[in-house]
Design a protein around this ligand. Sequence first.
Ligand code: FAD
Ligand code: MLT
Ligand code: ZN
Length: 462
Amino acid sequence: MSDGVSELVSKLKGVVGDNHLLREADLTAGYSTDWTGRFQGRTPLVVRPANTAELAEVVMLTAEAGFAIVPQGGNTGLVGGSVPLNGEVVLSTMRLNDCQPVDQLAQQVTCGAGVTLAQAQAHVASASLDIGVDLAARDSCTIGGMIATNAGGINVIRYGAMREQVLGIEAVLADGSVISHLEGLEKDNTGYHFPSLLAGSEGTLGIITKARLRLHPHLTGRCTAMLAFDNVDDAVAATSALRRSVTSLHAAEVIFRDAMHLVCEHINSAVPVGANSEAWLIIEAAAPSDPTEELAAAIDSLGRLVVDVGVGVDSSSRKNLWQYREKVTEAIAAAGTPHKLDVTLGASKLADFVTEVPSIVSAIDEGSSVYMFGHLGDGNVHVNVMGNAGVEPPEAVDAAVLEYAAKLGGSISAEHGIGTAKKEFLHLNRTSAEIFAFRSIKHALDPRQILNPHVLLPSEDS
Ligand code: FAD
Ligand code: MLT
Ligand code: ZN
């Protein structure tokens, strides 16, 4: 066993118990490789504390032993921030999986950081309430991980991203101290707002242990439509029109041509509507009563912008339409190891971006394929680049696509975060003064560089 690990293990045994200290490679492997398989690390130790007090002690003892820590929830992150790429100890939050009873009066709930999104959704459904953020990794991703990445997902146009859902937070800082502010008051101007600071901090400032979440009434009236378009401009124009006219608009998602053909192949289906189109929108309306008429009228008024339409009203036909969007990530993973470039563009720049990216990529590597899809209502395009025969594309592709997004005034990370994958590109969106301020915050809260020290901030010498 490597230096210092045995001593640390014997101290941690008294805190979390032997069963929750994993050392053998076959037990730690799943914690050391990311969901895409692109980021593969190694760890001397995975620790699984059961509650905040245990977690605080684990942080203190691990820091004292001189190890850095990678906090990990469901390990579904897509930017290489959740795995130990530099031999860190992995601190898994999966046992912090308790949901307190729903506060029906306030429409809020307090959940442990390791509660999965699906568990939280099921818990609040009993009170006819919903969590404001939803995404396809719901069965594995955790509330803590979603806050740490400020996850977006399919309902941002309605409820905002994860940051907007968090009314209070509890977290363990790098020195083992616990900050806890979980009252859930809608108005509370008593200084710095820890939920905002920790949302999107990617495990670099503190380990989230609990969160007080804002909930939303569960809307039982649902209608889903798939619209096909001849070109990207028309899809963007239709999204903008629908955002204005459909008050019950709940999701406006997009799949571009190559991604649609890939997912159809993956699920062994024909393209459901408009077989020769360039882009497809999945539009969902949700309201207390049936929103079908409102959505149908709005789609009618799009006129010739739309080439073809499929509508789902009952849950099985709606699920059928959604699978073409929700299974794209899985279809890409089945085809190989992509570089996942998650960008946002202003509405007026979206069509240029989507049209130009394939030639930008092929100028660097002719053999690479580009699959694009995303959350069009938010201007968020997921650009997935795959090298020939499913291998990783050259790194130069990432630089070219992200530089192009930034040149058009876009963001190099819409919702996945910076992680390790994009930290050397942070300067494309953030000034030196901003990065200096980021470093100052990190230094103030984690002067010994214990928490995810290789994530988010660029290397000092770059
Ligand atoms: P992890 O992957 O374990 O960790 C992610 C980051 O957060 C790491 O930096 C980690 O150190 C840190 N972290 C984790 N837990 C804590 C904690 N308690 N305290 C402090 N730091 C912590 N993302 C979207 O935004 N929108 C989508 O639509 C979306 N869809 C997805 C679909 C699929 C099929 C997959 C595989 C991923 C998708 N993602 C999406 C990405 C991913 O699910 C999110 O980033 C999610 O929020 C990560 O949660 P997690 O619990 O898996 O976190
Ligand atoms: C999605 O919107 O499906 C996700 O962000 C996952 C991905 O980008 O692959
Ligand atoms: Zn997404």
